[in-house]
Design a protein around this ligand. Structure first.
Ligand code: NAG
Ligand code: NAG
Ligand code: NAG
Length: 390
């Protein structure tokens, strides 16, 4: 149809050209060349403009598009797979989010077996039926429950090896199951050593009334950061885009869906970010999502985790809180932190501090904390039920 129109217009344009009389008897080949040129110019315009309006403009005119302004500027030509992946992801991100009459938060517990703080979480959820859903991925043993909120909430789970891609697979399995319920609007990943620091309403409002995800992501040029990068991840994952972050995220629904949609970046981390890769240990659960979101939606994430952990002892593992550590003052100290701190792993450690911004307001950073030993349960319940402090 368009082509036929083009031919007609091309012909008419040629006919009205004010050609001097002696040129009117142009030789046939010259006339055909002029005609074909006009048609080509027309076709190029017809092709470029509709594409620009449909959002695929990036491929053709990179500078004048703002639909993709969230993307990091590519320093090279994107591959077919990357273009396809980015178009799908961008469309999901730009889709108006469907309304839910009963918006819920999905709490996803990644455990080995029984949840040691189930009684504490029961106190947390009590009185808020219908505003949350619980999912449990128990990788080794079937959990024994003490709370009715947790009964029959296990999803079919798989083996999880520390630091391997099976950890990411378990996270994706939890997200997939939680996404089945359209009322789940925000998704929280928690470990068995996590405890709540706030009451349910505070957590619900903090996560529900924001349009970003709390995914930790920072650049660590040291051996425990970019030192784990492998050039096998090229071209999609360049070293300068490689990021690190704690595994414990919260995610808005659109972000959970793009994690489901991704296989391109996932495969790079599955195959080339693993323990013992080229003599180095890379842990996909610390790098895949921080890097993925850094590349594809850097302004859509907070770049800190709402789950507090204390690395100040400078050991291989973070501080584990014991019974005698638990006090009103400890919880007060953690909940009054309003700045997020990242420390790089180079010999000359660099400390990066940024205020925790929530919809433009500097607010306390943390809703949850780990690692709490099982012996802290009773004290935590005592503190939690003392409503004056949470
Ligand atoms: C979130 O909402 C604010 C305004 O409410 C807007 O300026 C910002 O661009 C939004 N961010 C994302 C990632 O959608
Ligand atoms: C709380 O913070 C104060 C000031 O930084 C510190 O002196 C105190 O030891 C902390 N208390 C606990 C229990 O962490
Ligand atoms: C409850 O909190 C108040 C202050 O908010 C504190 O004085 C009191 O000791 C707490 N009670 C317990 C049992 O922790």
């Amino acid at each position: 149809m368009k082509a036929a129109q083009a031919w007609r217009i091309g012909m008419r344009d040629t006919q009205i050209l004010p050609l001097p009389r002696h040129q009117a008897r142009l030789k046939k080949p010259t006339w055909i060349i002029i005609l074909v040129s006009f048609v080509c110019v027309f076709l190029v315009f017809a092709y470029v403009y509709p594409l620009q309006n449909s959002g695929a403009c990036y491929i053709i005119l990179s500078s004048s598009c703002n639909t993709f302004s969230n993307w990091l500027p590519p320093s090279r030509e994107l591959s077919d797979d990357e273009i396809a992946s980015r178009v799908v992801i961008n469309n999901i991100l730009n889709m108006p989010s469907t309304e839910s009459n009963n918006p819920k938060i999905a709490f996803m517990f990644l455990t080995v077996g029984s949840l040691r703080f189930e009684k504490l979480w029961h106190q947390f959820f009590k009185g808020h039926d219908g505003r949350f859903s619980i999912y449990i991925h128990a990788s080794r043993e079937k959990p024994v429950h003490s709370s009715r909120y947790f009964i029959n909430r296990e999803i079919r789970s798989g083996k999880v090896d520390w630091g391997k891609i099976s950890m990411v697979d378990a996270e994706k399995r939890l997200l997939a199951n939680a996404l089945k319920d359209p009322d789940n609007r925000h998704f929280v990943l928690l470990s068995e050593s996590c405890v709540p620091l706030r009451d349910f309403d505070y957590v619900y409002n903090y996560l529900m009334y924001i349009n970003i995800s709390f995914i930790d992501s920072f650049e660590d040029p040291g051996p425990h950061g970019s030192g784990r990068y492998s050039e096998h991840m090229l071209p999609e994952v360049e070293k300068k885009f490689f990021r690190k972050g704690a595994q414990w995220f919260t995610m808005k629904r659109q972000h959970a869906i793009i994690v489901m949609a991704d296989s391109l970046y996932y495969k790079k981390f599955r195959d080339y970010c693993r323990p013992g890769m080229e003599g180095r240990n890379c842990y996909a659960d610390e790098h895949y999502l921080p890097t993925f979101f850094h590349i594809l939606d850097p302004n859509g994430i907070a770049k800190w985790s709402v789950t507090h952990v204390d690395w100040s002892e400078g050991k291989w593992h973070p501080k584990s809180y014991k019974k005698q550590d638990i006090s009103h003052q400890l919880i007060k100290n953690i909940t009054s932190i309003t700045k997020s701190v990242h420390v790089t792993s180079e010999e000359k450690k660099k400390t990066m501090i940024m205020p925790c911004m929530w919809n433009g307001i500097n607010r306390p950073c943390y809703l949850f904390a780990r690692k709490f030993l099982p012996e802290t349960l009773d004290r935590m319940i005592d503190l939690f039920t003392n409503q004056t402090m949470f």
